[in-house]
Each structure stands twice: as C-alpha cells, then as structure tokens.
Design a protein around this ligand. Structure first.
Ligand code: BEZ
Length: 224
C-alpha cells in the first residue's frame, strides 16, 4: 500500500550527487512553479528549513535574502521549502520584512504533502518526522545534483560556505580543475593528476605548474 503523502516516505531513495534532480511542480510564495522551468538555463540552490516563525530559520532565510545579489551574479536561482502552508510563509515573510527590513525575494515551497521533501530526502525521521532538516541542493543548468548538504535542526548553515562551494563547482566546470582544502575564489587550484605514465612524465617535466610531486600540482587561474 502506498504511504499517505503527508507522512515521511522512506520508500524514496536518497538523492545522490550526480543524479538528475527530481522535477516537480509545487505551490510557492511566487505561485505554482515547476523546477525545470524556474531554473531553466541557470543554477539552482534548493534549500529547506524546518519551520516558519522559528529563530534559526529566520536567520538563515534572512541570510539567503541578504546575499541574493551574490547568487544572481553567479546565474543562480534560489528556492526555499518547508512543510508549512503558503499562508504561514507569507505571514512570516511579511513579519520579517516589518521587523527587520529583510524581504525574502525568492519562492518558498509550501510542501504540506511532503511531495518535494520526500523526494529530496529532506524529511529524516530520526531527526524529525513532521519537519524538513536543513538541506541544500546545488543543481546545475543540466538539472544534475552536484552537491548536497544536510544539517540538523539545531545547527544553522554558513552562507559563506554555500557561496564558496557554488564558486568551486562553477570554477571546476569552467576550467576542468579541482579545489584543495579551504579553497576560495581567486586562490590556486589543483590540476587533475596524471592518469598514464606518459602524462606522469609530462607532468614531471612541466614547470608551468607548482608541484609538490607529479600527482599534487597547483596553478593560478588567469580568470577565476
Ligand atoms: C529554529 O529555526 O530555531 C528551529 C526550528 C526547528 C527546530 C529547532 C529550531
């Protein structure tokens, strides 16, 4: 028997890096939106919060709103989600604007039937059965899931880290490189290690990159 939709549904496989992002149509504070239309030709950061009118969530949503110009500059759309009604979302959006002047200028999904949160593994029943954990999905313009973060209810996310990994993914795609520990935009990147003996010998002879050894080489990017 199919599980009722308003319950956490553990029958869905957890989404994984590299999977096509499950498409959906959902009621949001910007009307009914389909993911594949909303994020057509752009990156998407899809994130969940446990509940409207709660303190940590208010700081996080305000963080997304305040840093939205930085997402815009990275061709990245924002979309929030919680298992609350659109009326609750709108009352919260308006309350935060009245109290702090910060306006959540991005759609927030009202996932009352848990359709989206179940498909994205956002309801993790050993943490909470009626609320989404703090998830962040980085979805590229080909609608592939590229990076996933899950945080528990009691730990807020870090907006600098969210923007840092977005920069890392976009820079990696553009230049075919990888990012070392603590990398930030503008810093040296990792050159992919050789896969054959010929490539190894070429790397050993290559003085254009900064090497610890042939398998660990860094370079500056002309354009980050
Ligand atoms: C909060 O955002 O403060 C919060 C939400 C749900 C559970 C615990 C904390």
């Amino acid at each position: 028997m199919e599980a009722p939709q308003s319950q956490p549904n553990t029958a869905y496989a957890m989404p994984r890096i590299g999977d096509t992002a499950p498409d959906f149509e959902a009621v949001t504070t910007f009307g009914t939106l389909k993911l594949s239309d909303y994020a057509k030709d752009s990156w998407l950061v899809l994130f969940s919060h446990p509940a409207d009118f709660t303190p940590v969530c208010t700081t996080e949503m305000s963080g997304f709103a305040e840093r939205k110009p930085e997402f815009d500059a990275r061709n990245t759309k924002l979309m929030g989600l919680s298992i609350d009604s659109v009326h609750a979302h709108l009352a919260w959006v308006n309350n935060v604007r009245e109290k702090t002047g910060v306006y959540f200028d991005f759609p927030i999904i009202a996932d009352l039937d848990m359709n989206v949160s179940n498909r994205y593994g956002m309801v993790q029943p050993n943490e909470a059965t009626t609320a989404a954990v703090r998830a962040v999905f980085f979805i590229d313009p080909a609608q592939k899931i590229r990076l996933i973060m899950y945080y528990p209810l009691n730990v807020g996310r870090n907006m600098d880290e969210i923007l840092r990994v977005l920069d890392a993914l976009q820079t990696s795609d553009k230049h075919g490189v990888a990012m070392p520990l603590n990398w930030k935009k503008g810093e040296k990147v990792i050159v992919p290690p050789p896969k054959t003996a010929d490539e190894m010998n070429a790397r050993i002879a290559d003085d254009s990159v900064e090497k610890v050894d042939f398998y660990l080489a860094r370079k500056e990017l002309q354009e980050a």
